[in-house]
Write a protein of this length. Structure first.
Length: 315
């Protein structure tokens, strides 16, 4: 089973309204959150996935739980909270690229405590975490303690997926990412995230520093400019599939889910020797599969993540 840790929230999309009256404008509410999407993405790819987060008892929280049930994502690790649900307002530019405004102080997904980690996970394949849950307290330290407990016992995966509007101090992000990188096996990071955290350092320099910590697989995504993958023994650069972009919301989460799906397959076949298979050809295979999945999501409205069949047919 894949255990995905982090936020579950409501995205409210503010639609462009050029017509009067100016004091009113349409909105559309959707379930969301990067880890929430990753868990659903894995389930759609045929993997067993559980989400570990705090979910409110309010009407939004009930909707989140309903969607998880419909998507066959396990809720056995969900912590119910009598706190509100985080709400994010999303505006997209003409290229479908989103900007966010978060309303989440004292909300359910940011209120995981050490007392909530009172469980043992039976034979997890991987624990994945990322986005603002890794820096929002008390959830951040609680997730760190979970990772410390399972590091070396299963795969640990990280996607910083920085939300500066939630935590604007990049030093906080740097310190926590450095801690998690030292415990992780897999890191996916965007060029935008590296620019935010390390504005005066070339991405390749950061990658080499991270590889030296013992990371088994690092993926750098550059949106429409492609992606790069590194292992201890190989490196490759890949182009982004050519598609008509409708909406980029959920693209990174889709890539992450497909990446975990691919690595999970290697882990199931080779066990602890999975990373020894990461030659250039295997990196290309993993990268192309993940990029194809993300491209499908970008080709349709909303964070509508693909199934395994859809990805294989696209390739």
């Amino acid at each position: 089973m894949f255990v995905i840790c982090g936020e579950a929230l409501i995205d409210i999309f503010v639609e462009d309204n050029q017509r009067p009256p100016a004091e009113s404008f349409p909105m559309q509410a959707c379930v969301g959150g990067s880890p929430f999407n990753v868990a659903i993405g894995l389930a759609r790819l045929g993997q067993s996935a559980a989400l570990f987060t705090g979910i409110s008892n309010d009407m939004f929280g009930k909707r989140l739980s309903t969607v998880l049930e419909e998507e066959n994502v396990s809720q056995e690790l969900i912590v119910k909270k009598s706190l509100p649900t985080t709400v994010a307002f999303v505006e997209k530019d003409k290229n479908g690229v989103p900007t966010y405004s978060f309303y989440g102080e004292g909300t359910a997904d940011r209120s995981i405590t050490s007392d909530d980690i009172n469980f043992d996970i039976d034979d997890p394949i991987a624990i994945h975490l990322g986005s603002y849950s890794i820096v929002s307290q008390p959830t951040a330290d609680s997730l760190l303690s979970l990772v410390k407990k399972y590091s070396g016992k299963c795969l640990i995966s990280l996607d910083p997926n920085i939300r500066a509007i939630v935590e604007p101090d990049m030093k906080v992000w740097q310190n926590r990412v450095d801690e998690l990188v030292s415990l992780a096996d897999i890191v996916k990071v965007s060029d935008e995230d590296l620019e935010l955290m390390y504005p005066d350092t070339a991405p390749e320099e950061i990658i080499q520093k991270w590889l030296a910590t013992g990371l088994k697989l690092i993926v750098l995504t550059r949106g429409g400019e492609g992606s790069s993958l590194w292992s201890a023994q190989a490196h490759t650069n890949l182009e982004t599939p050519k598609i008509k972009v409708i909406d980029t919301v959920g693209a990174g989460d889709t890539y992450q889910a497909a990446l975990l799906d691919s690595v999970g397959g290697l882990f199931a076949q080779y066990g602890n020797d999975w990373s020894e298979q990461l030659d250039e050809n295997k990196l290309k295979e993993i990268g192309n599969f993940s990029a194809a999945a993300a491209a499908i999501t970008c080709s349709r409205q909303g964070a509508d993540l693909p199934t395994k069949t859809e990805v294989l047919n696209f390739i």
